[in-house]
Design a protein around this ligand. Structure first.
Ligand SMILES: [Zn+2]
Length: 142
């Protein structure tokens, strides 16, 4: 069963791939048209059919929003800090490596997923079929 950490990492990978796939055309010296047929997308330039990948490599440039990518960088950095930790397997208690700092093993510390990771998941709470209700930020860690 996938945990919230893996769920969020997958959502961030998907969002990054979506954003990085955006592109625009610059300085193309000929008229062209974006087309789609049963074989997929292609670029038609006069009588010449050009594969999208080759066209983008030659005339395209990224249209990814730097703010969106920076937002993903920040969320991924937070997620990289807040990872499950079971004190090197010394305990069945799984806490958060970041939030558990300062806790002794016998204190246990907050259980994983911690509040930070739960809050990161909230944008998906009512909008993604794989999001589980027990991940909600207002729920106590179980
Ligand atoms: Zn944490």
């Amino acid at each position: 069963m996938t945990g919230l950490h893996e769920f969020l990492a997958a959502r961030y990978r998907e969002a990054r791939a979506r954003e990085e796939s955006k592109w625009t055309v610059r300085d193309c010296p000929f008229e062209w048209e974006w087309r789609l047929d049963q074989n997929g997308e292609y670029v038609q330039a006069g009588r010449v059919r050009i594969e999208v990948k080759a066209f983008v490599e030659q005339y395209g440039e990224s249209a990814a929003d730097p703010a969106v990518l920076a937002d993903l960088d920040a969320k991924e950095a937070l997620l990289a800090l807040h990872v499950p930790d079971s004190w090197n397997g010394a305990s069945s208690h799984v806490g958060c490596k970041e939030c558990g700092q300062g806790y002794e093993v016998h204190d246990w510390g907050p259980k994983y997923p911690c509040r930070t990771v739960r809050l990161l998941g909230m944008p998906y709470a009512d909008h993604h079929p794989d999001y589980r209700a027990e991940w909600r930020a207002e729920q106590d860690p179980s």
